[in-house]
Structures are given as C-alpha cells and as structure tokens.
Design a protein around this ligand. Structure first.
Ligand code: ANZ
Ligand code: ZN
Length: 870
C-alpha cells in the first residue's frame, strides 16, 4: 500500500489556516436558516489553559459543527470574564496593572483555544473589562435602578481591622484577613443590591419549564430559592421595655410544635435587641461578640451557639408557660422576621442551645411506635414523622393536621387588633449584594451629592471609565484612594460631589454576556432585535460549580431586562449540560514536591521515576487537573505530538460526558492509532475505487447492501448520539463501523470489481469522513480532500440517510408447515430467498415434519413468512 501516515502536526495548522482565511465560522444575523446557539461558559483569563479546560469547549464544538452540518445558522462565540480579584492580586505581586495581566492572559489563552480547532466566531469576541462592555452594563444598572430592581442598604461585610478594609469572602481564611492575618469582624456598610427576591416566585416556577436542564441543577436552584410555607406568630411581651414594642413576631414552619416551645430568640441585628443593648452594656458586648467572624452563612452555621438572656418574658399564645427571650447568634436577621421560637426537642440548633442554657426539652411529636411514657430526646433532636403528644387540643394529630389546626386557631385568636397567627410564605433567597470595594470591576455609575442625595451618572457620560493610574501598594480600594477620580460635579446641582467607588460583583458581568454575543461587531452591545433572534441559548455547557449562582443570576437578569423592555424572554438557557472533569494522577518527588507529568517516566511495573535523575516518584490518585498540583497537560504538548484531534477524540470517548475522565498516555496513544486506521481505510478506499463519484447503480448485491446499511446506520446513530450529547456512544459507533468497513475493503479487494460495490465503498468512505467531522475536524478535512471532494467538510451537509437502509439487520419470520405455524426463524434482512430456504430446511421442526422426504414446495415471502408444503 502506498499510503503514508497521517501527519497531524503538519495537517492541523494547515486546516485551521484555511478555516481562518475563509472566515467560515463567522456568523451573520441576516440568514434565513433556522438558528442554533451553542455556548460554553466563558473562561476567566487566569493564565494558561490545560487540556482539562478544553473538554467543555470541545463538547460545545462538536454540537456547533454538527448543527452546522444539519443546516442551522449556528452561533458559537467566545469571550472573557475578565474582571476580578486575581488580576489585582497578580498586579500587587508583579507591580504591574491588572489590565496588563488580564490582556496578556487573554492573548495566550486565545491562541490555546484556537489550537483546539474550535469553530468559533471570533469576530464577536468580548472582554467584560472593555469599556464598551461595562459601559452598557452601567446603562443597564441605571435602567434597573429606575425600575426598582436596585437599592442601597446597610449590610454586613467582612472587615479587616488592621488593613482597614472590606474583604471578599474568599479573602477570609480561617476567620482571618488574607494579608494582615487579623481576626475578621462583621461591619455594617451601605451596599448596593439587586432585588432578586422580587422575582423569587418567577425564578422558582420557571424551573418547571426547563426540561432540558439536569434535574440535579434544578433541584439545587429550588433549594437555594428555598420556598417554605409557615406561620407568623406574634407573642405578647409580659414585661415590655419602656418605649419599646409589646410583642415579638416570629416565623415558623413548625407551628405544630408550639407546645414544645421553651424560649424565644432574637437575631443580634433585631431592632429590639439593639434597643435593649442601649441600656445594657453586657448585651451590647454580647452583640459585638456575635459580629466577630465572617459573614458567610457556612461560617455562621458552624459557630458554637451563644445566647444572652434579655430578662423579657412572652406569653404563650396557646396557654403554655411564659417563655424567656434570648438574643442568639444563630438567628439570622435576613430571614423570616429575625426572631424564632425555639423547640429543642425537634430542632437540633434549638436543642444545642437549650442544653447549653439549661432550658426545658419537651418532646411533642412521638415517633411511630414509640412509647409516650418513656420517649425522650437526648442530644439528637427528633425531626421525623409522628403524632402529637403533650400538646392539649393537638394530641393524637399528625404533624400536617396539627400545623393546620394551630394555624386555624391562631388566625382567630386576637392580639391587639390583629390575629396572633398569619400564614406566610418565605424564601430563603436573599437579595444580591453586588458592591465590591475593589478596583478591577465595573464602576457603579452613581454620584453622591450631599445636597441632592444619590444621582445617576447622566447617560451621555457613560461609560464611567476606570482610571488607569492606580496603585496597589496600600490596602483598601484604589478607587477610593485615587486623588482625583471620584471628585465630580453633581449632575443635578453642579456642586461638589463624589462618585461611588464600589464596583460590581463580577457575577453581574456574566449575567448578560450571552445576550451581548447576539449583536454583530459594530452593532449596539445589547440589541433587542439581535437578542430576540438568538436567545435563548439552545445549548449551554459548563461546570456544575456554576449550578446555582451564575445560572440563577443570569435567569434573574434576563427577566429583569425583559421587565424594563430591553429584552423579551423569560429564560436565557433552554438546554443546559454540566460536563465532568478531566482528572490526572499526581506525582511527587522524594522531597514531597509536585512534578509535572512530563518530568515523570512510568515504568512497566507500575512504578515511576523522575526523568534525568531516576529518583523514585510517588504516584497519587487521579484528581482534577490543577496548576497547584502540576497534574496538568498543556494543549501544546498534545498538539506537537499526537495532534489535537487525538485529544478531542480522547476527551469524547469511553466515558459519558457528565462523568470525570482520566487522562492517560495509553488512552491518547489509542486515539492516535485509531486516527491512523481511519486515514488508512480512506486511502485504501480511494485506491480501490479511484473514481470520486461513481454512478449510482440500478441495484445492489448483498455485499454492497451490507456495507451501505452499515454506513447509513453509522450516520443515523452518530446523529442521534450527538443530539443527546452522548459523545462517547458516537465514538464507539465509529469504532464498530471502522471494523465493518475494514472487512468490506478486504473482501472487495479479493473479489471481482463490481459497480455496486464501488459505489458503496465510496459512499461509506464519505459517510465516515462526515460522521467524524464534528469530533475530529482536522482529520476529517484531510480525508475529505483525499476523497477528492470539493469544498470543506466543515461546510458540508450531514449525510443523506436512506431510511430503507436503517431497518433492523435481521428479521424473524414465522414458518408454516402445511398451513400450521410450527416455528420461527431469524435471518439477515439482506438474505436472499435461496439463503432463507436453505436455513429453513435445516430447522429441527422442518426436518421432523419432512421425515427424510423432499418438500413439495417452499414459498418464501421475503420479510413476511415462509410456507412449507410437505
Ligand atoms: C419553630 C420550630 C420548631 C422550627 C421545630 C423548626 C423546627 P425553613 O424551613 O428553612 O424556612 N427560623 C426562622 N427564622 C429564622 C432565622 N431568622 N434564623 C434562623 N432560623 C430561623 O426554616 C424555618 C424554620 O427555621 C422556622 O421554623 C424557625 O424554626 C427557623 F421543631 O420554628 B422553626
Ligand atoms: Zn447635588
């Protein structure tokens, strides 16, 4: 055979240049074909990518290329989530500017992504740190502010008392500031918020419409929004403080447990707690104490329970004993009413608290089968099913019935002019605090004037640009320290005023970028017309780590933007896929230092040594590829050895795409060998049938029909696999087909050259090239060219499948002997009547019936029935 090895190193850059030069992935909005929008979550330009980052881009690319072949006008764009803290940290370390670091990384990563052969429309590339992007975001902010979706309120932040600065949650490490090491405190500061809670119900109900989202993501969002149905209960205070309220309102989801209540607890931020603290320095000190530690919920929930007895007592609304009122650190001000009644027997936090402060623990729900005379709660609260006990008129009821009975009773019970109880729905969802006291983010476009209050920056003055001349040599917000930037004239009265120096949470930047991509270069950054054309994103692909915040914020943003008339849709992402990660073993030298895979040689006995020194290497279990553990493979290394198509093929094969995939050199070598095999087969086909377009014969024999069946089935199966994102199955279909094709070529070489087989061989070779084109596009182009086809495979249509060739390979026929059904036989669909006849005559039932005689007649009705007349 004359075929040479496929040289990916030479071929791949050549094809990428052709794609680039011809601009074939440039998408136009003006295009009559149906639209398809596929998007991978855009990357943060953190440095360099490794092959593990590539998996979701490759998956998206397979979909994009496939949909293009299916005749869609595909939008597949790329951009950069370019604002954020790491750029500031890098600037501090390298004494440079965050912009420099960011754009250097973008340059590097763009080249790396291009290396992967992704069919992206680079003309729509955006970086969120570009003033044209964040300027539009400022416009959006002001529009949302006008519509009431934005407000400012005092809220707690992490405060570093040594550096005198606000810290992001990720800058608090074990309760201490990352730079100063000082114990972090909670401080109140005026902050900007998006009123996401205004759409809590819509965001919850909308989940039901997202049928092409993973159930687990919908569940996580549902839990995050956290709708609960409960009761507001007002407790009258027996000894109200002078000038204070005479009642406390709590929110409970367990009114059935009211007879088990043993205390009331107020949040340290509750107005009544603050009021009492003015007269009690001990309480004041306690509240201060509660403020220590970070603001994250996780941190608050794991803190040891602490309480302060205020000396107040409330009356029990159902006639139980009076209850003491505490201030307790585990009650959040932002949830419900900021006050609870504690029922220790049935709530773990309340139980921990009661044990610490010696409060009664009375079980009021009896587990099924338990004996009421002996049932007790020790150190584990009982939160299961059961029947009410020790609860007066509720005794004997189930929990749901008791909840209802309490609600009905308390809705009628008066306290002052209102009923004691009122049904309420609560959402766990909090408003979205977007203020960050940082430089490298989108400036919040408002001006503070002492005389006029908060003034929006006038439209004509947008964007509010970040100043370039900033220093990072002192802690705190460089925008605040800048000598001139914040000093401006008030747009309303013209007097001296100051700019807001907070910038926006970078989650804002990623909440609308997919709508930005809808506009062509040069068009308005957010165009309703363009967004109407492209949104929702048909297939969104990204990591499960974004299952909650990014997706929820984006969903909110799209609804809010539609409310103010900038867009007109409800949900941004019709289909969502969360991919698994690429994992790799880790290596450590004798000194415990991490080693890169290319520094290590694996021995046949499973051990490993360091290349050069032969020092033994400790092999660690496969883990997510990460820079810090050096278990990364750069795309360049793969491109220079096996070619990136091998990496693409490997990442798609074997493992379902939602699961983790371990990167191994054996796996990559396997991909390389398979790629060579495809290349050889294509060339053999060309050699065997030099005519690129043999004429369609009138009829096909058994051999050519079998090959055609295999080829058409391949196309149909790969199509349905890619539609369902079952990339690993698509890969394995290609494997099976290649075996069939290889055998067919051997048979064809040894047999007589016949016209129908020539046609089938050529057709099969083309189908193979087309079927692999979404997955290994460079190799597919090379094959397409070898087959003498005009144009690019990247622009070719998906194979035309003949349904008749897809019927099952075998068919089961009933066999009648003298008019009675005696047996069945399963034969290849392609079997000739003579072949069927021979098989029938060999059947036991037929042999017996004929008893040595020849049949009088056999009638084979193809694909239907066989009649034997004995
Ligand atoms: C009495 C009770 C008895 C409760 C019991 C639970 C179990 P979800 O379901 O998440 O809505 N709670 C109410 N407001 C709170 C706040 N601001 N901070 C901390 N906890 C608060 O939770 C509602 C339950 O969480 C409420 O029901 C309340 O405790 C508590 F056996 O009331 B429950
Ligand atoms: Zn003013």
């Amino acid at each position: 055979m004359s075929t040479e090895r496929y040289n990916a190193r030479e071929a791949e850059p050549r094809w990428r240049k052709v794609w680039d030069d011809r601009g074939i992935f440039r998408t136009r909005n003006e295009d009559a074909r149906p639209k398809y929008y596929v998007l991978e979550m855009f990357p943060y330009p953190s440095g360099r990518i490794h092959i593990g980052h590539g998996r979701n881009y490759v998956m998206g690319d397979v979909v994009a290329r496939f949909k293009r072949m299916k005749g869609f006008n595909v939008l597949h764009p790329m951009g950069w989530d370019a604002f954020g803290l790491p750029a500031e940290n890098a600037a501090i370390e390298r004494k440079s500017h965050p912009r420099e670091w960011t754009y250097e990384n973008i340059e590097t990563m763009r080249e790396q992504l291009k290396l992967l052969g992704l069919s992206l429309d680079w003309s729509r590339e955006i970086a969120t740190c570009d003033p044209s992007y964040y300027g539009e975001q400022q416009r959006i902010f002001l529009q949302l502010m006008k519509a009431g979706f934005v407000y400012r309120k005092e809220s707690e932040v992490n405060w570093d008392p040594v550096d005198n600065t606000v810290l992001a949650n990720e800058q608090v490490i074990d309760g201490r500031g990352w730079r100063s090491g000082a114990l972090v405190e909670r401080r109140k500061l005026a902050q900007w918020f998006f009123r996401i809670t205004a759409l809590a119900k819509e965001l919850l109900d909308g989940l039901d419409t997202l049928e092409r989202w993973p159930d687990k993501v919908r569940l996580m969002q549902r839990n995050w929004i956290g709708r609960s149905e409960g009761l507001h209960v007002r407790f009258g205070i027996e000894n109200p403080p002078v000038g204070g309220p005479n009642e406390i309102k709590v929110y409970t989801t367990r009114p059935d447990t009211l007879f088990g209540a043993s205390f009331i607890a107020l949040s340290p931020g509750h107005p009544l707690a603050e009021q009492l603290a003015q007269r009690s320095s001990a309480l004041g000190a306690f509240i201060e104490e509660c403020r220590r530690g970070g603001t994250s919920t996780a941190e608050i929930e794991t803190q040891e329970k602490m309480g302060f007895d205020t000396g107040l007592k409330v009356r029990h609304p159902l006639g139980g004993p009076h209850l003491p009122v505490y201030v307790a650190n585990f009650v959040l001000m932002e949830y419900g009413t900021g006050a609870i009644f504690g029922c220790p027997a049935h709530d773990q936090r309340d139980l921990d608290f009661a044990r610490k402060y010696g409060l009664p623990v009375t079980p009021v729900v009896l587990p099924p089968g338990a004996d009421p005379a002996v049932f007790e709660v020790g150190n584990i609260a009982y939160d299961g099913e059961g029947t009410l006990v020790h609860s007066g008129f509720l005794n004997g009821l189930s929990i749901p019935d008791a909840k209802e009975a309490v609600a009905v009773r308390l809705e009628k019970e008066p306290l002052g002019n209102e009923p004691v109880g009122e049904r309420a729905v609560n959402y766990r969802l909090r408003d979205w605090g977007i203020s960050r006291q940082r430089y490298w983010g989108c400036p919040i476009p408002v001006i503070h004037c002492e005389a006029c209050g908060i003034q929006p920056v006038p439209e004509a003055e947008l964007p509010v640009r970040l100043p370039d001349d900033v220093s990072f040599d002192a802690p705190g917000n460089p925008l605040d320290r800048h000598p001139t930037w914040k000093h401006v004239a008030c747009p309303h009265c013209g007097g001296a005023a100051v700019r807001e120096t907070d910038t926006m949470d970078t989650f804002v930047d990623s909440s609308w970028y997919f709508a930005r991509f809808a506009s062509e270069p040069g068009e308005a950054p957010l165009s309703k017309e363009a967004a109407d054309k492209w949104l929702p994103v048909d297939q969104y692909i990204g990591g499960i780590e974004h299952a909650i915040l990014h997706l929820l914020y984006s969903r909110f943003f799209i609804r809010a933007l539609s409310t103010v008339g900038r867009l007109s849709l409800e949900e941004p992402f019709a289909g969502l896929f969360t991919q698994g990660m690429i994992v790799h073993e880790t290596y450590k030298d004798e000194g415990g230092r991490w080693l890169f895979p290319e520094e290590v040689e694996r021995r046949d006995d499973g051990s490993a040594v360091k290349i050069g020194t032969n020092e033994p290497v400790t092999i660690g279990a496969p883990e997510k590829m990460s820079k810090s553990k050096k278990n990364v493979v750069p795309p360049e290394t793969v491109a220079d050895t096996y070619g990136v198509d091998c990496a693409r093929w490997f990442m798609l094969s074997d493992t379902p795409p939602e699961r983790d995939r371990e990167w191994t050199s054996a796996g990559i070598e396997g991909a390389w060998r398979f790629q060579q095999r495809i290349w050889r087969l294509i060339n053999e086909a060309v050699e065997l049938v030099p005519d690129a377009e043999p004429t369609h014969p009138d009829a096909f024999g058994a051999e050519s029909t079998a090959l055609r069946r295999a080829a058409h089935t391949l196309a149909a199966e790969v199509e349905s696999d890619i539609e369902r994102l079952h990339f690993n199955k698509a890969v394995s279909r290609v494997h099976s087909f290649v075996t069939v094709f290889g055998d067919a070529l051997v048979a064809a070489r040894n047999g007589e050259p016949v016209a129908d087989l020539a046609f089938a061989v050529r057709e099969a070779a083309q189908f193979l090239a087309l079927a692999i084109a979404p997955m290994v596009p460079h190799l597919a182009e090379e094959c397409w060219a070898a087959l003498g086809k005009a144009g690019l495979v990247s622009q070719a249509g998906w194979p035309g499948i003949e349904p008749a060739l897809l019927a099952a390979d075998t068919v089961t026929l009933p066999i009648q002997i003298n008019g009675k059904r005696r047996a069945d036989i399963t034969v290849p669909v392609a079997a000739t009547p003579a072949e069927v006849e021979n098989a029938v005559l060999a059947l036991d039932a037929v042999v017996k019936a004929l008893d040595g005689r020849a049949p009088k007649r056999i009638i084979v009705v193809p694909q239907r029935i066989v009649n034997v007349v004995a």
